[in-house]
Design a binder for this molecule. Structure first.
Ligand code: DX5
Ligand code: ZN
Length: 215
């Protein structure tokens, strides 16, 4: 199975994103956590930063919107040049319409599910999405512990995907001790913040994570 490693710049230097992205050439995409202090109790950056990142990054951007009213804002991130725009099911009034608007603006559309949210309503319309993000921590902060009890949910999503080109992403607490567990449950796209940018050699950390997810 294809394995994608996506370092999260939530754990990078907020005054040196371009330099930190240049340190991770082995990454598949760069994960950009947009937080609005409403949907989650933390504030990061928004559209102007993502627009500029799209210009300077040699790697495609995977934007994870932890914001209220993604129906209004998500298509703008696709227009900014993101490869994938993922919004939270809990925040969206019309998830299918929003996913279609993201695709119409030229990006892949993802839907994210918090640990306590039932994923099954979204699996019946799985063809509307290009990525399902199963959060393995409560969204909002890096450096939290991986919730292994969510692997049943990951297995259920994997079964629903079948042979469709839908990426199954996990985000939160992914590192050398947990990535194989998530891979065995069926995840193929792994976000890692502190386990990459918290290391002295972030690119070597990516290569190590890739090996652990593949074996
Ligand atoms: C958390 C964010 C994650 C975060 C992961 O709400 O969505 O992307 O950066 O950080 P780690 O890998 O340190 O758990
Ligand atoms: Zn994230």
């Amino acid at each position: 199975m294809v394995v994608r490693i996506e370092p999260s710049i939530l754990s990078a230097d907020f005054t040196a994103f371009a330099a930190d992205i240049a340190r991770i050439p082995s990454a598949d995409l760069v994960h950009c956590d947009v937080m609005d202090n409403h949907f989650v109790p933390n504030l990061t950056f928004g559209l102007p930063t993502v627009q500029r990142l799209a210009q300077v990054s040699a790697l495609p951007l995977d934007v994870h919107l932890m914001i209220d009213d993604p129906d209004r804002w998500a298509p703008g991130y696709a227009e900014a040049g993101a490869h994938t725009v993922t919004f939270h099911a809990e925040a969206a009034a019309s998830p299918i319409a929003t996913a279609r608007a993201i695709r119409a603006a030229g990006a892949r559309a993802g839907i994210a599910i918090k640990p306590s949210t039932d994923v099954s309503p979204y699996l019946t319309t799985i063809g509307e999405y290009d990525q399902i993000l199963v959060m393995t921590v409560e969204p909002g902060f890096g450096g939290q512990s991986f919730m292994a009890d969510l692997m049943d949910k990951v297995r259920g999503v994997r079964a629903a995907i079948g042979d469709r080109d839908v990426w199954l992403q996990v985000d939160g607490g992914i590192g050398p001790d947990t990535i194989a567990t998530a891979a065995a449950a069926g995840a193929d796209t792994f976000v890692a913040g502190s386990a990459v940018f918290g290391q002295e050699d972030p690119d070597a950390a990516i290569q190590h994570l890739r090996e652990l997810a593949t074996t």
